[in-house]
Every structure is written in structure tokens, then in C-alpha cells.
Design a protein around this ligand. Sequence first.
Ligand SMILES: Cc1cc2nc3c(=O)[nH]c(=O)nc-3n(C[C@H](O)[C@H](O)[C@H](O)COP(=O)(O)OP(=O)(O)OC[C@H]3O[C@@H](n4cnc5c(N)ncnc54)[C@H](O)[C@@H]3O)c2cc1C
Length: 401
Amino acid sequence: MARLAQTAGLTDIQQEILSTVRDFVDKEIIPVATELEHRDEYPQQIVDGLKELGLFGLMIPEEYGGLGESLLTYALCVEEIARGWMSVSGIINTHFIVAYMLKQHGTQEQKDHFLPRMAAGDIRGAFSMSEPGLGSDVSAITSKAVKDGEEYVLNGQKMWLTNGGTSSLVAVLVRSDEGHPEGTAPHKSMTTFLVEKEPGFGEVRPGLTIPGKIDKMGYKGVDTTELIMDGLRIPANRVLGGETGRGFYQMMDGVEVGRVNVAARGCGVAQRAFELGVQYAQQRHTFGKPIAQHQAIQFKLAEMATKVEAAHAMMVNAARKKDSGERNDLEAGMAKYLASEYCKEVVEDAFRIHGGYGFSKEYEIERLYREAPMLLIGEGTAEIQKMIIGRRLLEEYRFQG
Ligand SMILES: Cc1cc2nc3c(=O)[nH]c(=O)nc-3n(C[C@H](O)[C@H](O)[C@H](O)COP(=O)(O)OP(=O)(O)OC[C@H]3O[C@@H](n4cnc5c(N)ncnc54)[C@H](O)[C@@H]3O)c2cc1C
């Protein structure tokens, strides 16, 4: 039987990396994921294993000690990992976005300082745009940096930092009016600061507090936190790229690759849900035969598999477009939108196939059912993806009459 979600045209190296990751997922992640998730326990042993495999440096250039792989390789690895446990892909994702932003926009000193230790997984990254009063509308950010000699003083509150507690480097987007005349468009007066801190909770650096973990419905194990800046002093050489006013563009660039990553997570979770559904459907009997032999269930499986295939193809297309050096906001937006919606639908169908047992915490599908909704929100909601897609379509299909 042809397995679902195959990718044509991979190099030998890509295939080798993927088979190593799949093996790791099957042996080290799937057997423990549900138990750890129910305990909301950080998967330290799994993270150590990922470090050993070099996954924290997958896309970091070789000159900085990484593997220098493409976005496609990265996305396919994320798909495999999310198939095992979505929270583990969340631990890598913000790290990956920060490393990508440093590689694309950092000064030479910043790259030399951070990237080798990020490649080794010794420094792990989080990124912070959202605030209590905003998520989609990034231009409404109120946290602020004011210059004071050779330093900036940061004040404000941030919300929803994935890996906020466990990371030691946070890329924080704040408003910085310095050097920008009043009336400058909001997106031109924002700056990304590279904030180093101790991992943990409480006051992790003078002026910087990570209050504690937000209690979530799913996506447990990985910590999600607030971040409070109260007179936090950051040296000027920790402005990403060395120049203020460029933060909005840097973050949007990071989020664009992050969207491919979220699409890949949707693909992985949907694949796992399909696997669980198709197995259960052949074991459970009703009316004298396995439920897989009832046409209604077979149709469900057919729909689920078609969605898994379609989402995978769009995700691969979006990653390849970025790897080719072309703009991929349309493809990434479409892939993220489709993969997250399909993931939710495939998970729900697998849940229905499980009947009452799907509601029991003993069955893996219960965990997936609580995880899938996060993908509808993170890296931009469905409405935000549709705004991006719609705007791009009107650019491409401009009425010439
Ligand atoms: C578990 C988790 C982890 C996260 N991790 C991070 C992280 O690491 N870093 C980070 O910065 N953020 C993170 N976020 C925040 C996430 O990016 C935001 O929640 C998301 O962008 C949505 O913002 P919001 O929650 O403020 O919703 P809002 O922006 O308030 O939107 C509410 C609703 O209104 C809709 N809406 C908003 N504007 C429009 C419009 N113009 N037209 C139509 N509909 C609209 C939205 O689609 C949504 O349905 C995380 C969130 C979660 C839940």
C-alpha cells in the first residue's frame, strides 16, 4: 500500500534525516506522549534526544554549526514530530523562528554570538508579539522601548509566549518611537529586541518577569507564558539587525516561515488521527462486521485520507516556494489555512469513529482532539490567513478594464 503524505524528489540526505526522525518519533515520542501530556510535564528526555539529533540546528547554516537544511526538510521533520506529539513541534518552532530571524536579519556579531549555541540547542528561542489586548492586530502593540544612553528601557506586558519559561533568548517586538517622527506608520516604528534571560519563572533578569505557565486546554507539556517588562534595560547592540524601526518586517518574515511550520503540524496531527481511525475501524465490530466494512465509515476514511494528502501537498508547495527564494505569503497562507481546518476535521472524524471510547483519556484521539484547535489560532487565525490570501489574489488578478 502506498503510504499517505509521501514527498517526491527528496535527496538521499533528506530521506535519511526523515527516516531517523520518524524512527525517533515512533520509539521515543509516541509511547510516552499522552501520559506526559496528561501530566502537563515538559518532555526533557525527548528534548535531549532532539538536541542529539541536531534538530535545533536543522536550518542554521553549517558555518554556525547547524545542518544548513532547507525549509522543506525542516517542515517535513515537523510533520513527523507533530504526528508523535504536537507539543514537541511547538518546542522547536519558536526556536526555529528566532534562529531564522537572526540568520536573515541579525548583525554579524549577533549571528556569531547566538547561532552556534542555538544550533547546539544550548540557547533556545521564544518569540513575542502578542499582548493581552492584541494578537491579530500587531500594529496596535503598546509595549515600548525608550533610548537611554547606550541602552533601551523596555516597559509593557506580553502574552502567549510559547516556551516563555524554558527559553533563554526571547525576540520581543515593541514600539520604539526614537528616531521616528510622530505620525510614522505603526509598522515603521517597531523594533525587535533580542532579550537574553535565565530559563525559569519569576524575575529571570532585572526588570523581566515570567509569572508562570498559562493553564491550557491542550498543547500541554510545552510552557506558554506571559512576560512582564518593568524598566528592562537592553543594550543597543541587542536591537535585531542593529537598526530600530524594522521589527515589524522582521517578525512578519519570521511568521511567514512559521506558517509553513504550523501547516506541517496540522499535516502531522491529521496523519496520526487518520492512522488511529483506520486502525480502530478495523478492530471494532458492529452489526456482525468491522465498522470499516460499513460504507459510511469507509467514506469517512476516504475523506480523511484525501484531506491528509491535499494538506501535505500544499504544505510542501509552500516550503519549496520559499526555498526557491520566491515570495511565498500566498502559498504559506493557503497551506496554513487548509491544513489547520482539515486537521480539525480529520481529528473530529477519527474521534467519531472511536465512538464513546474517543471520549476516554485512555485513547490517544482524546489528546489530538484538544490539540487541533490551537492550529486554528497560532501564527494567525483563519480570518487573518484569508485576509492575506484575498489581498494577494487581488494583486495577482487586478482588473484591467
Ligand atoms: C497556545 C498558544 C500559543 C501562542 N504562542 C504565541 C507565541 O509564541 N508568540 C506570540 O506572539 N503569540 C502567540 N500566541 C498568540 C496568537 O498568535 C494569537 O492568539 C493569535 O494571533 C490571535 O490573536 P488573539 O488571540 O488576540 O485574537 P484576536 O486578534 O482578538 O481575534 C479574535 C477573533 O477575531 C477575529 N478577527 C480579528 N481581526 C479580524 C479582522 N480584521 N477581520 C475578521 N476577523 C478578525 C480573529 O480571527 C478571531 O477569530 C499563542 C496563542 C496560543 C493560544
